[in-house]
Design a binder for this molecule. Structure first.
Ligand code: ADP
Length: 475
């Protein structure tokens, strides 16, 4: 835990244990913070704000750029910490470290592009000037599935804008947060500007973020249930809020698409991070004409995925985050099978070859999934590909949009007009057309409907940390 530039020692404070989900081993003790630590961190961030906001954008950019270089230098160590703490295969962890570092670099550049405006006025004796200024202290809450990039995606634009921050990482992945904050501190972020409160119980920290008047903005990535609770609280205190919540991504394979190419994409994106991503495809709508070759290829590729400890060679599937996640996935698979789905691969927990010590679920393929099944509506957050056959373009758009979520959607087609029609008619914040990775630090990420509010990354990302101020000057 880092408050006002001072690291708190887990041996001298209340602490909690971090475990490796691949084998259940205890890997570290970290400080267990509560309301008092959150308040102390807010005080530090509040005191540091005028100094940080007064620095030039160029000074803030220099620090972020140094943090970028340090993160790239430490990529291997950081990736190993991530694999040990969160479970994703080392290669995926390295990719995430690069993605995380990209936000530091991107927002070091955007810091220098926080422009204002001079507007024409309807009065001859009046001039209008618009300034964009940092909001103030930001309370950030981040998830465990992308335990470094979800931090930099928030802290880099906040720092670039001139805000200060208190960040509470997920209880499953505080070590990644600690390593990230060490990098930022070493890069020259002054004391109090960035504060880290690790905690085993998130609720008191969230409550302080909502109710303390010094926190002017809350940014959250996590489940829709908690996001709504925070948004309600933020509404009561009239705070700015951005939310990146759950998703239920459709993956549409049109009749003109190459089913083999689409299945290759489906296998890669579905099982990334063991399906624990808010943009993971949840329903694969496959045109009936492509169903057989698509399914065959997907099952073949799934059969090649090796589950295990991500530090070992050639591991394609890591563990799920905890027992609760295993139960949720198993419940959805059982429900689908009880309601008539066919199980084509997996469908059970993995316990052989020492995997029983971790929380592994076999990569699973279900076909003939229908809207009566839980998996059709509930976010899975696990390694299950659910195939829903369809016959008609209009039907598939209606089916894809029939969800309370609206984060990501994927389409495979080789027809320009169909690509454009689907791009325009799918109610999602992100649409990948023949593209399974429509994300980058330079691109706006975020959802519509119950998937959240606001955008992270891109030109839009820094706006979430700025207030607009109008000056009217009578001359
Ligand atoms: P998941 O179910 O995917 O873990 P959560 O929304 O529970 O998603 O977790 C995302 C983040 O939200 C984590 O940092 C977690 O500690 C935090 N969180 C969970 N419950 C609360 C709460 N009541 N108040 C504030 N933060 C919370």
């Amino acid at each position: 835990m880092l408050i006002d530039g001072q690291w708190l020692d887990p041996n001298a404070n209340k602490n909690f244990t971090v475990t490796n989900p691949a084998n259940g081993d205890a890997i570290a003790e970290v400080v267990d913070g509560g309301r008092d630590e959150a308040l102390a961190a807010i005080e530090a961030a509040h005191a540091a704000f005028p100094m940080w906001a007064d620095k030039t954008a160029f000074e803030r950019a220099d620090i972020l750029r140094r943090a970028y270089s340090l993160m790239i230098e430490r990529k291997e160590d950081l990736a190993r910490t991530m694999t040990t703490e969160q479970g994703k295969p080392l290669k995926a962890a390295r990719n995430e470290c690069q993605y995380a570092a990209d936000f530091l670099l991107w927002f070091s550049e955007e810091a220098k592009r926080v422009y204002g405006d001079i507007l024409p006025s309807p009065r001859a004796d009046q001039r209008f000037m618009v300034l964009r200024q940092p909001i103030g202290v930001v309370g950030a809450i981040t998830p465990w599935n992308y335990p470094v990039s979800m931090l930099t995606r928030k802290l880099a634009p906040a720092l670039a804008a001139g805000c200060t921050m208190v960040l509470k990482p997920a209880e499953a992945t505080p070590l990644c947060a600690i390593e990230t904050f060490k990098i930022l501190q070493e890069a020259g972020v002054p004391d109090g500007v960035l504060n880290l409160v690790t905690a085993s119980d998130p609720e008191p920290i969230g409550n302080v973020f909502v109710s303390d008047p010094r926190v002017r903005k809350i940014t959250f990535t996590g489940s829709t249930v908690i996001g709504k609770r925070l948004a309600a609280g933020a509404g009561e205190y009239m705070k700015r809020i951005s939310l990146e919540l759950g998703g239920h991504a459709p993956f549409i394979v049109c009749e003109d698409a190459d089913p083999i190419h689409a299945a290759k994409g489906a296998a890669a994106v579905k099982f990334l991070n063991t399906g624990q991503a808010c943009i993971s495809p949840n329903r694969m709508f496959v045109h009936r004409r492509s169903l057989e070759p698509f399914t065959k290829e997907l099952v073949k590729r799934v059969g090649r995925l090796r589950a295990g400890n991500g530090l070992e060679e050639d591991i394609g599937i890591g563990p799920l985050v905890n027992e609760k996640a295993i139960s949720k996935v198993a419940r959805q698979v059982d429900d689908a099978m009880d309601n008539g789905a066919s199980l084509l691969a997996g469908g059970h927990r993995l316990v052989d070859d020492g995997l029983d010590k971790g929380t592994f679920f076999a990569p699973t393929v279900l076909s003939e999934v229908t809207e009566q099944m839980l998996i059709y509506r509930e976010e899975t957050f696990g390694p299950v590909a659910a195939i829903v056959p369809y016959d008609d373009d209009d039907d598939v758009v209606a089916m894809a949009n029939d969800t309370r979520y609206g984060l990501a959607a994927y389409v495979y087609t080789n027809q320009m007009s169909r690509a454009m029609r689907l791009f325009e008619s799918l109610n999602f914040g992100i649409v990948g057309i023949n593209d399974i990775n429509p994300t980058a630090a330079a691109a706006p990420f975020g959802g519509v409907k119950e998937s959240g509010l606001g955008r992270e990354g891109g030109r839009e990302g820094i706006e979430e940390y700025l207030d607009v101020k109008l000056g009217g000057f009578a001359i």
